[in-house]
Design a protein around this ligand. Sequence first.
Ligand code: ADP
Length: 397
Amino acid sequence: MKILVINCGSSSLKFQLIDSASEDVICKGLCERIGIDGSRIVYTPAGKDKITKESPMPDHNRAIELVIEALTNKEDGVVSLDEIGAVGHRIVHGGEKFTKSVVIDDEVIKAIEDVSDLAPLHNPANLIGIRACQKVMPGVPMVAVFDTAFHQTMPEEAYIYGLPYSYYEKYGIRRYGFHGTSHSFVSKRAAEILGKNATDLKVIVCHLGNGASLSAVDGGKCIDTSMGLTPLEGLIMGTRTGDIDPSVVEFIMKKENSTVADVMNLVNKKSGVFGLSNDLSSDFRDLEDAYVAGNPAAKRAVDAFVYRVVKYIGSYTAALGRVDAICFTAGVGENSGFVRKLICDKLQFIGATLNEEANKVRGKEEIISAADSKVTLMVVPTNEELAIARDTYALCK
Ligand code: ADP
């Protein structure tokens, strides 16, 4: 079966067409600037060159129509419409309602709407993507795969905030965590690579991209993760602060005479390694180059990022009681041997030692710990689209 995987944002839509049998990507692409002037679709059929088509996209319905056109047109299309057996949608927030992927029906749509106040930027965009697909591909089964689902096994002591309990009861204020599809995929894959059952392993997954989070996975189940009610909590990220004292918000508002919205914009979009490096860059490639060249602002940003990761690894080692493997994934985790080395050099306290030669790897599976390391260090590239396609196939075959 051919599965169309859709990741729909407010003004963009990423897609991949995946063959469920071979797990090959048949075509992948992106619609940009939906609802904005200058919209275009960019896609790459497997083994062919990238194709760019400028085309007005007043809304997501038109974007989905263009995706279908790209996939099925006579010139460079890769399938006929009736070959697309199911659609898998990435949904950011499933609240407490969704602990696993589900086939989308009216009730599921209503439930995704009900938790939209927890992800006001993302869930409405995800719903628009679902509705647009329903319109353009009526009758094709669709599956919702939630970023939060994998983390629903966290015990209450890990997910609850130290607020009056009534705020959890009234509003659902608690830690949910994100990147769950990636943490699930990588922790399962790590077990396969090590030839062990996931149930026998204690793993820490470091998803280090522009957005970044860690998870502690015990016997295949998530017991803690670093993101919270929203993706702002936890690690210092590309442009997000990660953990800060909430009083900082009020303090800045008073000093700068600014609004809550201003400060939320600051802590989400202008902080992290970007803000710490005096706005040098949120891209770790730039920061690494500047760090090596002796730029103190880049050093400050990367060192603070690394320190926070190590601190979380320490606390998750305590939460797990033992750690068998630490997996690095996502843009930075998969590609930056430099950042991995800075992190791993601070992990002697758990007996982890790096194999510097193996650590030169980029973007592929590799064990990067030394033979005598007490903890296996590994690079495990994530593949959220494939994980979505697998869940979709499993529910629709
Ligand atoms: P997201 O999905 O959160 O946007 P990604 O997982 O795609 O993020 O990761 C993006 C980050 O990965 C960027 O900060 C980018 O600099 C970093 N990255 C990509 N390749 C490299 C590399 N070779 N070395 C260092 N960092 C890299």
